[in-house]
Design a protein around this ligand. Structure first.
Ligand code: DC
Length: 222
């Protein structure tokens, strides 16, 4: 039987780390939908398209074929056949992804790909609109969040560990802007689905969050 778990929440809430662990524990496939929006955004950046150039975004969207593959259990995103995964986790790409994901053509294309994946395999899928739009019938829906400051601090540490120069204040400002955009866009804004369980990880470590979500999954599976 195919079972889907939807995890939504704002940037830096720890969705991907948590979703990956849960997928591993339950032997489900992990699907990072943010990486798909990032791959599309990376394509726009490469084409020197600005977030406000709607027509160019829509035209380029038709030329960008996004697919996913797995290497040693890790999701890889292919853009027109090229593995672009190593280039996706920068602030520039994240900001462009937030801005370009308001476009209905971009969303339509990626939502359809996400729904196909979830129809063929049990997945733990994370994003912004998974519980509300992509998988409205998911067995378990989680809305994972944390305070803006905690999320900025985590993103700062993640970037520092990768050796990237970064500024905590700027990251916090970017996160607040991105939250605002993701929550206020017209189509599929980031929101907690009515039947989602809220998990605030501000004062929880990774293990505690994983344990809590597995507990929710087990309750829903009885
Ligand atoms: O989760 P992330 O930071 O990798 O996502 C990057 C951007 O992609 C995010 O700011 C908004 C967009 N996104 C979206 O609109 N819908 C999703 N399901 C996932 C991401």
């Amino acid at each position: 039987m195919i079972i889907n778990i939807a995890i939504d929440g704002p940037a830096g809430a720890g969705k991907s780390t948590i979703a990956k662990r849960i997928a591993r524990q339950l032997s489900f496939i992990y699907v990072d939908t943010g990486a798909m929006y990032r791959a599309m955004a990376y394509y726009f950046i490469r084409k020197d398209i600005k977030p406000e150039e709607t027509e160019r975004i829509e035209e380029a969207c038709g030329q960008a074929d996004i697919s996913i593959a797995y290497e040693n259990g890790e999701q890889q995103v292919l853009l027109n056949g090229e593995n672009v995964t190593p280039y996706l986790r920068t602030e520039e790409v994240g900001n462009m992804a937030s801005a370009s994901s308001v476009n209905p053509k971009v969303r339509e294309k990626l939502v359809s790909l996400q729904q196909k994946l979830a129809a063929s395999k049990s997945v733990v899928m994370d994003g912004r609109d998974i519980g509300t739009k992509v998988l409205p019938n998911a067995r378990v829906k989680i809305y994972l969040t944390a305070s803006t400051h905690t999320r900025a601090q985590r993103r700062y540490e993640e970037l520092c560990a990768k050796g990237e120069t970064c500024d905590l204040e700027q990251i916090e400002k970017d996160i607040a802007e991105r939250d605002y955009r993701d929550m206020h866009r017209e189509i599929s804004p980031l929101a907690q689905a009515e039947d989602a369980v809220l998990v605030d990880s501000s004062h929880m470590n990774i293990e505690e969050v994983v344990e809590r979500i597995i507990e929710i999954y087990e309750c829903n599976s009885r």
